[in-house]
Write a protein that binds this ligand. Structure first.
Ligand SMILES: C[S@@+](CC[C@H](N)C(=O)[O-])C[C@H]1O[C@@H](n2cnc3c(N)ncnc32)[C@H](O)[C@@H]1O
Length: 366
């Protein structure tokens, strides 16, 4: 894991040079890709639920924010503007493209900046060891438009590319390795558990049969295998027939659920009193984890309901800021189809005094 502390003036100079030298490097997007990634107009990442997130974070100038999924820096730019010159933004991402975007952003904003290249679970653990405290920690989970748009990285079922899907190209495990090496049972379980794929068994069987003939090396070969394995009506139903399999592989390759499970308690511990933890999820496996974690922090007494008074002494540590997840408006989805499945949840850490003065009587005390 690398961490970069950026000197602003030096970064502004180097970004000028980078901008002049980088024209024409980005691949062109097809309408199908736009549908899948949704969010990148003219190369700039359009952040999802941005206004709603900023309202919940409620940042004051001078605050410290940790963006665990910097991506294209869409949310971070808006957050940095709120923090002002006395504020601090710590950005984390495991993707080298995100690091490039961070350098570009640093040329535009005035707050103190730091970038940690690595998994957010490891990044947050490192910040904990350093004794950092933050006013907000937020996540915008899943893959970025930039990752989908860079065809050779193999995130998209719309391009023919090598099966890869690594957010961090330094890591060894790729989608190709999983498709090539997992036995049929493990593949079926992965597709069912991480993709909620209805035809997991049939697809796993088809993958194993096909790779006996020749290795499955590309996204197109995988898409063809999936299409041949599922019933004809499912090939033309709602959504791309390979969508769930690609989601499952991407989650497995990048250990997305393991990272989230490890990161949420670390993020919570890094928050100052009155600090806000927020997360935007794009699929139910992540949203359930976020919801469970926040609801658990907001839960007080856990005594059996037949006890007349509380003996556990457990106090709520959090106030939920979103009783139900916030979803994007119809207008946002119309402008950015990728936002369609987004769910935003947040909670505020209570003051220690709030926690200690809570009274539990189970509502039954005389
Ligand atoms: C949806 S994008 C974030 C977009 C960003 N909020 C914006 O407005 O531009 C998710 C980003 O999180 C990064 N990411 C996903 N899981 C990660 C992890 N466990 N550790 C670090 N970065 C991660 C991805 O590389 C990707 O760049």
């Amino acid at each position: 894991m690398s961490t970069i502390l950026h000197d602003m003036s030096e970064m502004r100079r180097s970004h000028g040079a980078r901008r002049r030298g980088s024209r024409g490097e980005r691949p062109r997007r097809t309408p199908d890709m736009r549908q899948q990634a949704g969010a990148s107009a003219g190369g700039a990442h359009v952040p999802v639920l941005a206004e709603e997130l900023l309202d919940l974070l409620d940042l004051a100038p001078g605050a410290t924010a940790i963006d665990c999924t910097f991506g294209g820096g869409g949310h971070a730019r808006l957050v940095a503007q709120r923090l002002g010159p006395s504020g601090t933004l710590i950005a984390i991402d495991r993707d080298p493209l995100a690091e490039e975007r961070f350098v570009a952003l640093a040329a535009e904003v005035s707050c103190n900046l730091r970038f940690i290249r690595g998994g957010y679970a490891e990044g947050l653990a490192m910040l904990t060891q350093e004794g950092v405290l933050a006013d907000t920690v937020y996540f915008d989970l899943g893959m970025s438009s930039m990752q989908v748009d860079t065809r050779e990285r193999g995130f998209s079922y719309s391009y023919d590319a090598p099966l890869d899907m690594r957010m961090d190209p330094r890591q060894e495990l790729s989608a190709r390795q999983i498709v090539q090496d997992y036995d049929e049972r493990s593949l079926a379980r992965l597709l069912r558990d991480l993709g909620e794929e209805r035809y997991a068994g049939a697809i796993a069987r088809a993958i194993v049969a096909r790779r006996r003939q020749a290795p499955i090396e590309t996204t197109q070969q995988l898409v063809d295998t999936i299409k041949a394995a599922i019933p004809a009506p499912a090939r033309f139903g709602a959504g791309h027939p390979a969508k769930r399999v690609f989601q499952a592989l991407r989650i497995a390759v990048n250990d997305e659920l393991g990272q989230l499970d490890a990161a949420l308690p670390l993020a919570w511990a890094l928050l100052r009193e009155r600090g806000v933890l927020a997360a935007i999820s794009f699929q139910s496996l992540e949203d359930r984890r976020v919801k469970r974690f926040l609801v658990d922090r907001a839960r007080g007494c856990v005594c059996p309901p037949d006890l007349p008074v509380c003996v556990c002494g457990r106090e709520p540590e959090a106030d939920l800021l979103t009783r139900r997840a916030i979803a994007p408006s119809a207008a946002e989805v119309a402008g950015n189809p990728r936002a369609a499945s987004a769910h935003l949840r947040a909670a505020r850490k209570r003051l220690a005094t709030d926690v200690n003065t809570e009274v539990h009587d189970h509502g039954r005390a005389a």
